[in-house]
Design a protein around this ligand. Structure first.
Ligand code: IFM
Length: 731
């Protein structure tokens, strides 16, 4: 088992609501910055220290604040640093790489999103200082956050504090901000910046107060760094507390964001820390009442699931329908905040079931991106809407075309996903249908969902090519298993395309019958007539969907002829790199090893297409050929569900642990780039759809539980057609 990397997941409640770190481990700095990310569904901040540390990756991101970059096209601009507090004791700057660290504890309360840190530090002068840090991002409203620092010393000490804003921030070397204006007085500092390429204005402000000592505040700062400073004598036995009430507002939300941010910060200071905490805590409580999942008998599973839900909840767009959750959430620079199929397939379902308003926002983000999807389809000579493999602010394709080969940093490799990983269009339709099925939200379906499904179907009907064998084919695609790209007739893609076409046919009938006014508006706009609907049904029926003995599907044409690697090598516990790193891109593509479930992903999403026998034969064939340990982080949670469906919950539990540990234990050594959002969403699915076996159908819902043997009870809620249901599964 992996070491707990200084994250102590102690047993028992309230430990199962808390991530605690004892001692500072510089080697795990980037990992712990990710783990201790907090936020409110609009803005997130990594757990970087208030005072900074050499080679830290400090960052905060806000939905919508995109700026251009080379190669990856666009990314969210790292916000001006608003959480910083610099401290000097007897003229010596406090930072953990100086002086002597006597004790360090950091703790994230998942119930309230408050991050706290206690540090006992001996200054180079010999004074022993106790410092307490707390910060939270107000969960009750989009723009506010607060930081509080308390200091006490074992002997009289002269203290200088500097709290402000800093525009000199970067996205791993790239600069995104121009300075527009700044100022500070003895209570408030504010900053007005503008993104360099996209011209988005941002106002940041902080109101600074000091309690427990008498000290004059002085406005200060340098270009791009407005500050409020205090200097005072601190006698031993006294505690001074500095509070920084912060507001960050973008030009997307206000016409004068700097003025609005200053107003919000001053108001927050007048209301005080406790009032803001109360509002924020109450908002968290309301969310947890619907989202929490209780697992009894397994504290590690419990805390890991709450942590995953917490990370999704802070990144999910609660205040806008123009944003969604990127593959690495808002917690790091990984994948440049781009939105993949990870979102609809892995992250939307927990929201559809527990926070439907948020799921709706995420699906509306795709609806707002329809123009980009249509443009992509047209550029490829197709009809309808072809959703981008990676999307950002506008819904246009933003997948980079080349990347550095991780195995050989001097080489570039062509990235095909943006060109031909087309299954995302059906994945989005599936998320729409799932949301509709569980929420019963006909209004969304009438006004937005139907358009997403129908225009996606038009894409499939134009993308599938009719061949002499009498079938329609989808050639030169990438399926979920990216160890094999540029393949023909990927089973996942073909089956989902056929499902999408059939489903769209039913949606068209529903819309025409139930909402004829909307149908008569949409049909001409999307160029839908009887002939087009007929073609959808013809393509779906004649799609090339070969089935082998016992219902075994070939992952793509020619897959079974590839080299079958020794399973022992794949399962070798000593292996620490992915099979692709070991064999290279071309080498692994010549084998049957999978990066992540592909046919089994299909069986997971469309179980009605698999008989019991077909499920068993596909599971028996593909599961052993999957690079579970070092392949994609998207795989393990789905493998957990499939193991349950194959009647093997203990095997499922081993997969579940891989997903549970992805970020908390940094099992892939890349958590520093940000949370694996798909793994986090998949973890909820593993528990709810796998171990608890929840299934919602047109006729209602039921469970077929299959708990790991040491789990004694699972309890969760979900909203079914507006009614909150509670499910309790006991061993
Ligand atoms: O979308 C995934 C893909 O399935 C595997 N590679 C990483 C992407 C982003 O998480």
């Amino acid at each position: 088992m992996n070491e707990l990397h200084a994250v102590d997941l102690a047993a028992g409640d309230p430990a199962t609501w808390r991530i605690t770190q004892h001692g500072f481990d510089v080697d795990a700095q980037h990992h712990s910055e990710t783990v201790f990310t907090i936020g409110n569904g609009q803005m997130c901040v990594r757990g970087s220290f208030e005072e900074g540390y050499p080679d830290d990756h400090p960052a905060a991101f806000m939905h919508g604040v995109w700026d251009d970059m080379p190669v990856s096209v666009t990314e969210l601009a790292n916000l001006p640093r608003w959480w910083g507090v610099d401290l000097w004791f007897d003229g010596q700057r406090f930072r953990l790489d100086t002086g002597r660290l006597l004790s360090f504890t950091r703790s994230l309360d998942l119930r309230t999103g408050v991050l706290s840190r206690s540090v006992r530090w001996e200054a180079p002068s010999g004074a022993v200082v106790e410092l307490g840090f707390e910060r939270f991002v107000d969960f009750s409203s989009p723009h506010r956050a607060a930081v509080r620092v308390s200091v006490a010393s074992d002997r009289p000490v002269r203290v200088r504090t500097r709290a402000g804003l800093d525009a000199h921030v970067e996205n791993t070397g790239l600069l995104h901000w121009r300075l527009v204006g700044q100022d500070a007085d003895d209570a408030v500092a504010w900053l007005h910046t503008r993104t360099r390429a996209t011209g988005i204005d941002l106002g940041s402000a902080c109101a600074v107060t000091l309690d427990g000592v008498e000290a004059d505040a002085v406005a200060g700062g340098t270009d791009g760094v407005p500050t409020v400073e205090h200097t005072f004598e601190l006698s031993s036995g006294r505690t001074a507390t500095l509070t920084k009430q912060v507001a960050v507002v973008s030009g997307i939300d206000a016409s004068s964001p700097a003025t609005e941010a200053s107003r919000l910060a001053r108001d927050a200071a007048a209301a005080g820390w406790d009032a803001l905490r109360e509002a924020s805590d109450a908002a968290w409580l309301r969310v947890w009442e619907r989202s929490d999942v209780v697992i009894e008998g397994d504290p590690e599973a419990q805390v890991a699931l709450r942590f995953s839900l917490f990370q999704l909840l802070i990144a999910a767009p609660r205040f806008t329908e123009h944003a969604s959750i990127g593959a690495k959430t808002l917690s790091g620079f990984g994948y440049r905040h781009h939105v993949f199929w990870d979102t609809e397939t892995f992250m939307v379902p927990p929201f559809s079931y527990t926070q439907p308003e948020i799921a709706r926002n995420m699906l509306l983000y795709r609806w707002h991106g329809l123009a980009g999807a249509r443009q992509k389809a047209r550029a490829n000579g197709r009809r309808g809407a072809q959703f981008p493999w990676e999307s950002a602010g506008t819904g246009e394709e933003v997948t980079p075309t080349w990347m550095v080969d991780p195995g050989d940093q001097s080489t570039l490799v062509r990235v095909w996903t943006g060109d031909i990983e087309i299954h995302i269009t059906a994945d989005i339709a599936l998320a729409v249908m799932q949301y509709w099925q569980v929420s019963g939200d006909d209004t969304f379906m009438r006004d937005h969902g139907a358009e997403l499904v129908l225009d996606g179907a038009a894409f499939w009907a134009s993308a599938a090519t009719s061949e002499d064998d009498g079938h329609f084919h989808l050639r030169n695609v990438v399926g979920p298993d990216e160890y094999h790209d540029r393949v023909d007739d990927n089973a996942y893609t073909n089956h989902l395309a056929a499902w999408h076409l059939r489903t769209a046919g039913s949606v068209a009938v529903w819309l025409a019958e139930r909402h004829p006014e909307r149908w008569s508006e949409l049909a001409p706009a999307l160029d839908l007539d009887a002939a087009e609907l007929e073609r959808w049904s013809e393509v779906a029926q004649a799609m090339h969907l070969p089935v082998g003995p016992d219902g075994l599907l070939e992952q793509f044409e020619g897959y079974f002829a590839l080299t079958d690697l020794d399973v022992a090598e794949l399962r070798d516990p000593a292996r620490t790199i992915s099979m692709q790193q070991r064999y290279g891109f071309e080498g692994i593509a010549a084998t049957q090893v999978l990066k992540q479930p592909d046919v089994l992903m299909l069986a997971y999403l469309l179980p009605e297409e698999f008989s019991g026998e077909a499920l068993a034969s596909n599971y028996a064939y593909y599961d052993p050929r999957t690079d579970h340990e070092h392949g994609s982080s998207l795989g393990p949670a789905i493998s957990a569900v499939m193991a349950c469906r194959a009647g093997e919950p203990e095997v499922g539990y081993q997969h579940f642990l891989r997903a549970a540990r992805a970020d908390l234990l940094d099992v892939r050594h890349n958590a520093g780039d940000g949370i694996h959002g798909a793994s986090a969403g998949g973890l909820w699915q593993a528990v709810v759809f796998g171990f608890a076996g929840l299934e919602v159908t047109a006729d209602g819902w039921h469970t077929t539980p299959m708990l790991p043997k040491h789990w004694t009870r699972v309890e969760f809620g979900f909203d079914h057609h507006g009614v909150h249901r509670r499910v309790v599964v006991e061993a």
